[in-house]
Design a protein around this ligand. Structure first.
Ligand code: PLP
Length: 441
C-alpha cells in the first residue's frame, strides 16, 4: 500500500495548547536566544525543541496526487487526478517551442509577461465584460495553485476566518493553514449541491476575511447561479469581506449552463479576487501558469508574496499563453462539446457498474455514492469506508478514484462518496469500463 497512509486528514488535527504555545514562541526569538547561549549542546537543545513547522505538521500530502502514484504502482486506470491524458492543442505547443527558439528564456517581469497580461485582460473583457488594468490588477503565478496561496497570504491576518463550501478542492485546507486562516465550512448538499442560506449566513461574522468560491466546482460539478452569487454578494458586503473565486473550469460547462464570474456581480468588482489558469482550459496542467485578478491594493500585496515565493512563472510558457488566450470562441465550444461526450460516457459506465451518480453541470468530475457496494473491508482497512473502497478499487479492480472524505473537513461526511474524472481518452474510459465488469454491487 501507500508509503503515506491514505486517509490521514489534512488540516484537521486539533493543535494542543502546548503546541500553540510553541507556535507562538517561534519566529526569530529562539534563534536569537540560541546565538547568545553559544555552546553546541545548548544549540542542540534549542534546535531539538521543534525541528518541523507546526503548520506543515497539520496536513498530509495531497490524497489526489497520492492516488495517481497508487494507480501507477498497481497498473490501474487512473480516473483520480484531473489531468488530461490526451494531447494539448498543437498551436499552443508550437507557440511554446517558438518562444524557446526565440530566446524568451530569462525571467519575465515578476508579476507576468506583458503579452500574457494583455491577453488575459482582453479575454476577460470579451467573455465576462469585466475591465481589468493589466498594470495594477493582475499577477501571473505558477499555476492557480500559487495564485490562490499568494492571494490568501496577501490578505489573511491572525484571527481571520474564511468561509469554505464543502465538499471542497483539497488544496483549500492547507491554503488556510499555511496562510493562518480559520476555515468555517458550509455544506453543499447532493444531488444538486445546494446550500442552506441560513447556514451560510451563520458562517459569516466580524472575523470573516473572505469566502472561497469555486465555480464550476471541483468535485461536485456545481455551477453557481446568479441568484446564489447575489446572495453571497450580500453577505460579503454586509461583513465587509472578499470573495476569492477559483474559476479554473470556466469553459467546461454542460446543458447550456452559464459561468458568471463573481467580479461581474454588482458591488463585487472591488471585493473579488479571481483565480484562474491555463491548466484545464488548454490541457496543459504541467505548464504551471495561472493568475490572480484583484483590486489594486490587494494586487500589490499578492505581487510581493508571489515575488518571494516563486519570482515568476516560466517565461516561454507565458509567451505561449498569450497565443492560447487569443484562440477563437470555436476552441472553447469544441472543448465543452468534447467534455460533454466524455461526461455522458463516464456517467453511463458508472451507472452501469452500480454507482449512484451526481450529474455535474460543469468541470470534469463525477461525484458518486458507493453505499450499494459490498467488498471485503477487512482486507482494505482504512479510517473511513470511502478510503477502503478506493484501496479496493485501485488494488483489486484496477481503477483509481479519489476518496470522498478528502473533500470534507469531517472524513465521515464523505465516507459514502468517491470522485472520478473523465478528462481522459476514449481508450482510457473503455479500459475502466472493462475493469468495472469485475465490480459487483
Ligand atoms: N483549482 C481547482 C478547483 C482545481 O481542481 C485544480 C486542479 O485540479 C486547481 C485549482 C489547480 O490548478 P493549477 O494547475 O492552475 O495550479
Amino acid at each position: 500500500m501507500a508509503s503515506v497512509p491514505l486517509g490521514i486528514r489534512k488540516g484537521r488535527r486539533a493543535v494542543s495548547a502546548q503546541e500553540k504555545r510553541v507556535w507562538f514562541r517561534t519566529g526569530f526569538g529562539p534563534l536569537l536566544q540560541s546565538k547568545a547561549m553559544s555552546t553546541p549542546e545548548a544549540n542542540m537543545r534549542q534546535i531539538g525543541r521543534r525541528m518541523l513547522s507546526t503548520k506543515a505538521e497539520q496536513f498530509t500530502e495531497s490524497v489526489i496526487r497520492e492516488m495517481t502514484r497508487l494507480a501507477l504502482k498497481h497498473g490501474a486506470v487512473n480516473l483520480s487526478q484531473g489531468f488530461p491524458d490526451f494531447a494539448a492543442p498543437n498551436e499552443v505547443k508550437e507557440a511554446a517551442r517558438q518562444a524557446i527558439a526565440d530566446d524568451i528564456n530569462q525571467y519575465a517581469i515578476t508579476w507576468g509577461a506583458k503579452p500574457l497580461r494583455d491577453a488575459i485582460v482582453e479575454k476577460f473583457a470579451r467573455t465576462q465584460g469585466v475591465t481589468v488594468d493589466p498594470e495594477r490588477e493582475l499577477t501571473i503565478c505558477c499555476g492557480s495553485t500559487e495564485a490562490m496561496m499568494a492571494s490568501m497570504m496577501a490578505i489573511i491576518n491572525p484571527g481571520d476566518e474564511i468561509v469554505v463550501f464543502e465538499p471542497f478542492y483539497e488544496n483549500y485546507g492547507p491554503d488556510a493553514i499555511l496562510s493562518g486562516a480559520t476555515p468555517r465550512f458550509v455544506k453543499l448538499a447532493p444531488p444538486d449541491w445546494t446550500f442552506d442560506e441560513r447556514e451560510l449566513a451563520a458562517a459569516f461574522g466580524p472575523h470573516t476575511k473572505a469566502i472561497i468560491l469555486n465555480t464550476p466546482n471541483n468535485p461536485t460539478g456545481k455551477v453557481f447561479t446568479r441568484a446564489e452569487l447575489e446572495f453571497i454578494r450580500d453577505l460579503c458586503v454586509r461583513w465587509n469581506c472578499y470573495c476569492i473565486t477559483d474559476e479554473i473550469y470556466e469553459h467546461i460547462l454542460y446543458d447550456g449552463t452559464e459561468h458568471i464570474t463573481m467580479a461581474r456581480i454588482d458591488g463585487m468588482r472591488d471585493r473579488t479576487i479571481v483565480i484562474n489558469g491555463m491548466s484545464k482550459t488548454y490541457s496543459v496542467t504541467g505548464w504551471r501558469v495561472g493568475w490572480a485578478i484583484a483590486p489594486e491594493d490587494v494586487t500589490q500585496s499578492i505581487r510581493k508574496v508571489h515575488d518571494f515565493l516563486t519570482v515568476g512563472a516560466a517565461a516561454p510558457l507565458q509567451q505561449a499563453g498569450a497565443l492560447a488566450l487569443k484562440l477563437p470562441s470555436s476552441y472553447y465550444e469544441s472543448l465543452a462539446t468534447t467534455y460533454a461526450k466524455k461526461r455522458a460516457r463516464l456517467l453511463s459506465i458508472l451507472e452501469g457498474s452500480g454507482f449512484t451518480v451526481y450529474k455535474p453541470r460543469g468541470a470534469y468530475y463525477i461525484m458518486t455514492d458507493i453505499s450499494r457496494f459490498h467488498w471485503d473491508e477487512a482486507k482494505y482497512p482504512a479510517e473511513s469506508r470511502d478510503v477502503s473502497f478506493a484501496k479496493y478499487l485501485v488494488e483489486k479492480i484496477g481503477v483509481a478514484c479519489v476518496p470522498g472524505s478528502s473533500f470534507y473537513n469531517d472524513p465521515q461526511d464523505g465516507a459514502s462518496q468517491v470522485r472520478f474524472t473523465f478528462c481522459k481518452k476514449e481508450e482510457t474510459l473503455a479500459a475502466a469500463e472493462a475493469r468495472f465488469a469485475h465490480l459487483h454491487v
